[in-house]
Design a protein. Structure first.
Length: 344
């Protein structure tokens, strides 16, 4: 009976398949409110954006209504509506309100919106009668500027997040194992769809599998770094065109004892590839990730060439990005291949 396939640690799109549960110290997220807002989903962010302005308008609308009520502006407005003055003089005309044209909570709410968003239709304004009203005007302007700065900064960060740029960094759907320079190598292809480059791009690879120590300790997700090779040497790559990144399977490799016969029996094997670099246009560091399970590794195949010279320029055919062809490859482990060479 076939064993159940292990869940991915990293998805093909780079998303980490990890769920965080039973976090007791939830207050730590509130200590970094800005990052929490940026990490929220768009519907939640827009809801908080709307509610922050609406609540501040309602709060200061209530404050303006209380100031008008305490000063008697509402009673004066009621009397003016009931008994409008006939002449220019009179006791009603000599009354100076804190804020003109406030008759109810609705008008106070409208004035609150005008103050905070600086619309200013001209029908309502603060007078010199009440110092408290001038103080509230200053406080509301400051609060409005703070809300604008936080929410606009949050939306800007969400629209310019690094993972958006990583959407155009692509990896081959399958990895391959074949001979290169007489040695078995694990190979994959990586490319960048945009013309703007990734500066100081580096690539690294890890094998994630379940292991057990000599003392009996079981590590369900043991991450083992393995050395990557690429055409320009080291981990830094010049990703101006698609490159084939490869790992030489030697005695230090976790793939040293894997053969085509037992490759697909390693349900716990997962190879993670991580590409990091700085976006040329924004200067933001981005990271693209993918992973390969055992059944996504093709033995005895090689990637077809996709770069050709046309009209004095190099042309890349992305329709063949993941295409492979079969090549003669020994059906043995890298250990057996090395031992056979030493005997010969």
């Amino acid at each position: 009976r076939a064993r159940e396939r292990r869940a991915r640690f990293v998805g093909k799109n780079g998303a980490c398949n990890v769920a965080h549960k039973n976090i007791r110290e939830q207050g730590r997220f509130l200590q970094d409110v800005f990052t929490t807002l940026v990490d929220l989903k768009w519907p939640h962010t827009l809801l908080i954006f709307t509610m922050s302005f609406l609540c501040s308008w309602l709060l200061f609308g209530m404050v303006w209504w209380l100031i008008a009520f305490a000063h008697g502006d509402l009673d004066h407005s009621t009397r003016l509506q009931r008994d409008p003055p006939e002449g220019a003089s009179g006791s009603l005309d000599s009354f100076v309100p804190c804020v003109t044209s406030i008759h109810s909570f609705t008008s106070a709410f409208l004035f609150s919106i005008e103050v905070q968003v600086t619309i200013g239709f001209g029908g309502r304004m603060v007078t010199e009668e009440c110092p408290a009203a001038i103080l509230v005007l200053i406080v509301q302007n400051i609060v409005g500027l703070v809300i604008n700065a936080i929410m606009l900064g949050c939306i800007f960060m969400k629209t310019s997040q690094a993972h958006r740029r990583a959407e155009t960094l692509i990896f081959s759907k399958h990895a391959v194992i074949a001979l290169r320079e007489g040695k078995l190598c694990f190979m994959l292809r990586v490319g960048d769809l945009r013309k703007s480059m990734i500066i100081s791009a580096t690539i690294r690879m890890q094998v994630v599998k379940k292991t057990a120590s000599l003392e009996g300790e079981v590590v369900p997700l043991n991450q083992i770094d393995i050395q990557m090779e690429n055409p320009v040497g080291g981990n830094s790559i010049f990703l101006v065109s698609p490159l084939i990144i490869y790992h030489v399977i030697d005695k230090n490799s976790p793939l040293y004892d894997i053969s085509p016969v037992n490759l697909h029996h390693h349900e716990d094997l997962e190879i993670i590839v991580i590409l990091e670099g700085v976006v040329e246009t924004t200067g933001i560091t981005t990271q693209a990730r993918t992973s390969y399970l055992a059944d996504e590794i093709l033995w005895g195949q090689r990637f077809v060439p996709i770069v050709a010279e046309e009209d004095g320029r190099y042309s890349v055919d992305y329709s063949k990005f993941g295409n492979t062809v079969k090549v003669p490859t020994p059906s043995c482990t890298a250990r057996q291949l090395e031992e056979d060479k030493s005997i010969m």
